[in-house]
Design a protein around this ligand. Structure first.
Ligand SMILES: Cc1cc2nc3c(=O)[nH]c(=O)nc-3n(C[C@H](O)[C@H](O)[C@H](O)COP(=O)(O)O)c2cc1C
Ligand SMILES: [Mn+2]
Length: 493
């Protein structure tokens, strides 16, 4: 690992790591190497199908992260699988490698309660070691590839997109797939309710382009935050600072005022043009199927800055569970739990069953028979609740992370068809069962039956007052005798 020596900055011992998170990707790879969790591939690797196949193999086996030093036809090394195993996600949070799901979520909850740890703006940054502008911009300088064989072009899959709509907006960071259209152009697929999409639409309505920067090759916390959903008013940089318990170091972009991670491997800068769209796709997505075409806006890259010998980072996306499921499931659950508990404090835990993200389980200290249904409807209405197609509610004696316990609850506590309900016309543009972008959600109340305790009797139907029939007969008789009663009687009687 000769040239890799150049990457070495400091080596942390595991116990110190909790105090000093990795400052950049190289630093993190060094730590993984020392922890026997990095696979350095010296042999030449073909961009296709090897990069995708290596990423898929790491996700399937929860193997080590890979640093591929020699991609055929390219100069830059490539990292894949950095978040491709649960133990690396735990380590990136400064936890023990065998931390369980509840411990990881607890760590996220503590981190979110520390928000904000304000980022700091430096005048310099290693991401500026090389600055390429204008005609010299060439995305093909980096080892682009298709992860899956029917992908419509090369996709940049692990870029953290930084944007700010109006002046008073916060700086947002989110992960968005970018389909390469040429040496300085990509399409960007943004589902309409995403924060970057809001920024874009706010500018497009004024006929203005949206300035963006995209950070590729980051220390491991930022992608976990950028791929989850934080409140709109929060900056993901200040969340990453809260997770790391140290301010995120940023520096200014070359072509705009947007801040970017000072020690990222590669930064792409440019604009998303207003009122311009292109067909984007197909792309092998996280449910394990290709999405068709989207009509997506276009990113024109005006400048690229990068470190010397930049490491291009990517991840494998495909049939679950893959790297991005490991990377974001806990951060997503921590924010979802926060959102739901604000309305329903009786919710105790929220979990995903394998395959992660598609099946969610909400555990609660329910007191009213309608509580679980309300919780499921809430879940469907908040940020990334839409990702789960099936949502199950369970009681406190069921471990929501254990599929067999959840199945037991379903088979013994679902008491009638009322306990299984469907929301039609749900938004989920990536559901392969509903390529139109209109999906369904299935809710299952697998909790013990409880009385609707606010009523004194289960059902209180209103009976007609005593004697009503006799008065009806009287009126009918008057009608028959053609006497004007001032009352229209129902002809069918
Ligand atoms: C690897 C990966 C790729 C993603 N690609 C997209 C994408 O192409 N379009 C999209 O709308 N969301 C995509 N997401 C989901 C968003 O990153 C996620 O919903 C996030 O909350 C968006 O953040 P924001 O709303 O703060 O911008 C992706 C997530 C990951 C982890
Ligand atoms: Mn956001």
């Amino acid at each position: 690992m000769d040239s890799n020596k150049a990457f070495k900055v400091t080596i942390f011992e595991s116990h110190r790591f909790q105090l000093q998170p990795a400052s950049d990707l190289r630093h993190w790879l060094d730590f993984l190497q020392d922890d026997n969790d990095l696979w350095i591939i010296e042999d030449e690797v073909k961009p296709e199908p090897d990069i995708g196949a290596i990423g898929k193999a790491i996700s399937d086996t929860q193997g080590p992260a890979a640093l591929i030093k020699n991609v055929r036809g390219y100069k830059s090394p490539l990292a894949i699988g950095v978040h491709g195993a649960p133990r690396r996600v735990a380590k990136a949070l400064g936890l023990e490698k065998d931390a369980n799901n509840d411990q990881v979520i607890e760590a996220w909850s503590r981190a979110l309660s520390r928000y904000p740890v304000k980022s700091v703006l430096r005048s310099d940054g290693t991401c500026k070691e090389n600055i390429v502008k204008g005609d010299k911009v060439n995305l093909f300088d980096f080892p682009l590839h298709r992860l899956n064989s029917i992908d419509g072009s090369f996709f940049i899959s692990k870029g953290c997109l930084i944007s700010k709509g109006n002046d008073n907006d916060i700086v947002n960071v989110g992960i968005y797939r970018m389909m390469v259209l040429g040496k300085n152009k990509t399409a960007i697929m943004m589902q309409f309710d995403q924060h970057a999409a809001r920024h874009f639409v706010s500018q497009e309505e004024k006929g203005k382009p949206l300035q963006i920067s995209v950070s590729i090759g980051n220390e491991p916390v930022l992608p976990m935050v950028a791929g989850a959903k934080m409140p709109y008013e929060w900056s993901e940089f200040d969340v990453a600072g809260a997770v790391r318990e140290s301010p995120y170091e940023l520096t200014k972009s070359e072509t705009s005022d947007l801040p970017v991670p000072a020690h990222a491997e590669i930064i792409l800068e440019g604009v998303i043009e207003p009122h311009l769209r292109v067909f984007e796709g197909p792309f092998g997505e996280f449910p394990g199927a290709y999405t068709g075409y989207f009509y997506a806006p276009i990113f024109t890259v005006k400048a690229i800055t990068h470190r010397d010998n930049p490491i291009y980072e990517t991840l494998y996306i495909g049939r679950p569970d893959a790297e991005h499921h490991y990377m974001t499931r806990h951060s997503k659950l921590a924010t979802l739990t926060n959102e739901l508990r604000k309305v329903m404090p009786k919710i105790t835990r929220i979990a995903y069953l394998k395959p992660y993200i598609h099946v969610a389980v909400i555990q609660g200290k329910w007191t009213h028979t309608g509580d679980p249904k309300q919780a499921i409807n809430l879940f469907w209405g908040v940020s990334l609740g839409r990702n789960a197609k099936i949502t199950v509610c369970v009681d406190e004696d069921v471990n929501p992370w254990d599929a067999s316990e959840v199945m037991w609850a379903i088979s013994t506590r679902v008491s009638s068809s009322n306990d299984i309900f469907i929301m039609h016309d749900a938004y989920q543009s990536l559901d392969p069962a509903h390529i139109s972008g209109v999906s369904i959600k299935i809710g299952i109340d697998a909790t013990k039956p409880r009385p609707p305790y606010l009523r004194f009797k289960p059902v209180d139907w209103i009976d007609p007052p005593k004697g009503t029939d006799q008065w009806i007969a009287k009126i009918m008789k008057m009608k028959k005798e053609n006497r004007d009663t001032g009352v229209e009687l129902n002809d069918s009687k």
